[in-house]
Design a protein around this ligand. Sequence first.
Ligand SMILES: [Zn+2]
Ligand SMILES: [Zn+2]
Length: 328
Amino acid sequence: MRALVFHGPWDLTVEDRPEPEPGPGDVLLDILTTGICGSDLHGYTGATGRRHPGQVMGHETVARVLEDRTGTHPAGGLLTVNPVLGCRRCPACDAGTPQRCPDRRVIGVQPEISAAFAERMVAPAHNVVPLPPGTPPDVGSLVEPLAVGYHAVQRAGLTAGDTVLVIGGGPIGQAAALAARRLGAAAITILELDATRRALAARLGFTAAAPADRTPLATVVVDAAGTSASLESALGRAAQGARIVLVGMGAPRVEMSAYAISTEERSLLGSFSYDEAAFRDTAAWAAGHAAELETLVDARVGLAEAPATFRALADQTLKAAKVLVSLS
Ligand SMILES: [Zn+2]
Ligand SMILES: [Zn+2]
């Protein structure tokens, strides 16, 4: 089968790879579409070191069932895949929170696991999430980033009365804002440097603010950038007692005002990926909001164009928040 293989920084090629072999608990999948994630781009440039030479990336995917060794999912069924693989034996996994499993692995990150920038992949039947018949397939590729945003606002314990500020208007920021609206928040502002992304935020019905703009004091801030500068913005625009969720991974270390946390009694919460319920709930919600979610997709390319597309996204000659790679 054809697959997109990472050979090192700025080096991706389309090549033939052996067909993946499903084990007893696995489903063999015919991949339709896989989204390019910011984390794939950071791995591609070598910025994070979280991708390994020789591996296939890809974790935002939609597929059809070719064969299910467990007999649970009928052949031809449309589905998406929760890429967070827990050990299934520890308290975190038992609680449906494999993102907290000490032996957590992620499809498209660990090189030994079958991943989604390929014509076919295998995944544990446990991680396969069916989509209702008739769901436009692209929506399946958006479930993963949407679930990241949903989990982030859940971490804040968001309620309808909250005033929400999202820092960063890329896919995770958009997802957090959509999730905040889904949970009933009325006042949602996206703070974003780039005018194109601010325009998208406005099209989605949110208040779009530039860094120089004043914003209402927020009771919930989602930092989808994750740098010292973004955390400083978060603290400067947060009400006393506010909850600040750190979900962006822009820098491995940050500096921030300790007193802005302690003396104003703000809470700083970490958020990573999603739990199993958040992923499933997001899949069901996304399937019912396909038309609205179409606006999140900037471009679609074929597998042959994927290496050039990664390069253009990484060197920013292509300005796009979400590009989908078609593998069918
Ligand atoms: Zn992702
Ligand atoms: Zn576990």
